[in-house]
Write a protein that binds this ligand. Structure first.
Ligand code: MG
Length: 395
């Protein structure tokens, strides 16, 4: 096929999906927490807002020859902000572009709003969704899995850690972890935002309940000042955490670096960062030993740049996994499988397992391991059943 005849982008569409949940993300509501009229709840433990549904934004890029690429990005709160940016700004700009130029296109889209200060947040989330769809399209047009286009494939499967123990009491959370342990999982992370019986108590209970060999982690949910975090991590250290996540507020670069320098426990940071430009100052200050890029924020092009930069700093990559139907999860597995410095991937079981019915894919998480999807592109498509949860866009 000559260069001039390679299919170009014909159209870009975005969709909001909202799949109801029985139990909210992170677990049952605590006393005083409630779901508001827009379907959101605020976790008092970390003062952050979450949807009461699995809400996501899908991106469909169609080529001249009818081939379709699928992407997904963050839509968990105010998804119309994301779809407006895609529909009004990004989509029309890339119609006619060659999907083989996916990294160049990502850079071009980033430049469009750079001088106005839009180099993060919803704008970059929107680019991420388009970027993932273009990589899927590129792979499908070549008949190759995306991982093969990212420099090469190191593995067909990745170890996981079980993320979140969404039960009401500590006893129930330990029991849930034991059930996963019996299925072959050996790494567990709990969430400080819903650790009602105490963060140290919870790690002690998990260590006693699961034995000496499992990996234990805690997400501190940006709750502490640097000094508070150092004191807390000292109390956690006897239970040998594999990492402690997000001790200080996201803007507090010096605080993160201070904690990193003061503790022997590895720190994991970075689910909220979107580009190498946000990551670089933290890397330079040695604020972490593990970075947790979130594919729904970064897209594949930035994810790979962040991960390669992390490798240059001898920092491990353990990707974040958030609320979605599975498309950016698949993209994250493709990217992670190309890396030399990725020992495991987050497994957001309460989202992933339930939503697997809404995608067509061979991707699985079983016995402590994520299996990459097979097939060209990302190896995942929305299942027709997901469209019953299509949410109307608001002007
Ligand atoms: Mg986290």
């Amino acid at each position: 096929m000559t260069q001039s005849s390679f299919p170009a982008v014909r159209s870009v569409e975005s969709f909001i999906i909202s799949i109801p949940r029985e139990t909210p993300y992170l677990g049952p509501l605590a006393p005083g927490e409630r779901i508001n009229e827009r379907g959101y709840l605020i976790r008092h433990g970390n003062r952050s807002i979450y949807p009461n549904s699995d809400m996501s934004v899908l991106v469909k890029v169609t080529a001249d020859d009818g081939t379709v690429g699928w992407g997904e990005t963050y839509g968990i709160v105010a998804p119309n902000a994301v779809t407006s940016i895609i529909d009004d700004v990004l989509g029309p700009v890339i119609v006619g572009r060659d999907p083989r130029d996916v990294v160049v296109i990502q850079e071009d889209l980033y430049d469009l709003m750079r001088v106005r200060g839009f180099f993060g947040g919803y704008y970059v989330d929107s680019i991420a969704g388009v970027d993932i769809a273009l990589w899927d399209l590129f792979g499908k047009l070549l008949g190759q899995p995306v991982v093969k286009l990212l420099g090469g494939q190191r593995s067909a499967a990745l170890p996981v850690y079980v993320s979140g123990l969404p039960r009401a009491t500590l006893e129930q959370r330990v029991q849930l972890a034991r059930e996963f342990q019996a299925l072959g999982f050996d790494a567990f992370k709990y969430a400080a935002a819903v650790s009602q019986e105490g963060i140290v108590n919870e790690m002690r209970a998990l260590r006693e309940g699961l034995g000496p060999d499992v990996k234990l982690m805690v997400d501190l949910h940006w709750k502490f000042t640097a000094q508070e975090a150092i004191q807390l991590i000292d109390q956690l250290a006897p239970f040998r955490p594999y990492f402690v996540e997000a001790p200080c507020q996201p803007e507090d670069i010096e605080g993160q670096a201070h904690v990193g320098a003061a503790t022997k426990v590895p720190l994991a940071l970075g689910e909220e960062w979107r580009t190498v430009f946000e990551v670089r100052p933290r890397m330079e200050r040695r604020a972490m030993s593990i970075i947790q890029p979130e594919m729904g924020h970064t897209g594949i092009s930035q994810f790979m740049q962040i991960a390669r930069m992390a490798n240059a700093f001898h920092v491990k990559v353990i990707p974040h996994a958030s609320i979605g139907i599975g498309i950016f999860q698949a993209a994250s597995l493709h990217a992670a499988a190309a890396l030399p410095n990725c020992p495991m991937h987050e497994y957001q079981h309460s989202v992933f397992d339930r939503n697997l019915q809404f995608v067509t894919t061979s991707m699985r998480c079983e016995a402590g391991v994520f299996h990459l999807p097979q097939g060209p592109g990302l190896g995942i498509e929305p299942h027709p059943s997901v469209w019953q949860y299509l949410r109307k866009k608001e002007a």
